[in-house]
Design a protein around this ligand. Sequence first.
Ligand code: PGA
Length: 248
Amino acid sequence: MRKLAAGNWKMNGTSAELGEARALLTAHPTPGCDMLLCPPATLIGGMVQIAERSALMIGGQDCHAAQNGAHTGDISALMLKDAGASHVIVGHSERRADHGESSALVRAKAITALTAGLVAIVCVGETEAQRNAGETLAVIAMQLEGSLPLAHDNPESLVIAYEPVWAIGTGRTPTLAEVAEVHRFIRDTLIRRFGDPARQMRLLYGGSVKPGNAADIFAVPNVDGALVGGASLKASDFGAIVAALGHH
Ligand code: PGA
């Protein structure tokens, strides 16, 4: 299984920041893992040009559940694919919270993305209150149950990102034992649902991954990469994370 370092720029970056993608590629032309940046939609075209015939892959941060139609301001999986994207994130906690996205909607988006030929990165994660109440695994189970396609047999095209909501952008992370517990639980759940191919599905950890903690997190069993927000904006930081993952 090839590990995956995915960067999520969120609503950050204008054309001036395309240089970060160039710098990343210059420093890591042949990374030891898959390397993905998900910039805002306005930068996908420019970043795809920079990444042409390189090891850098480009993804979207969200897509609509429908293939096309009267949905002002939205972007479809087909449009992302057409622009040169290979991946799309769905069900990020900021989408779930800011836009009230349900797991059922996330599942519809994932299916549309897979149908369009994109790799779907489906995010799950508990809030701090849910963790404190001892509900973490129950919440993850429910989100997986509701957000994933019912059947799926290509392990390469479905990626799960475990992102505790309270760890996103806060500088706080779960203990390595807590990460291990949730990732083991997700793996077991996927195997029950999809069978043996799920052993090859990539499970990313996300939430305050930095160059300083990446190596420790990547040593945790069933952590096959990271979904990185803040630290993906700078080529030097993201490059260090890519290098740490390439060594595992
Ligand atoms: P962060 O964000 O790395 O800034 O915590 C992670 C994410 O939301 O994907």
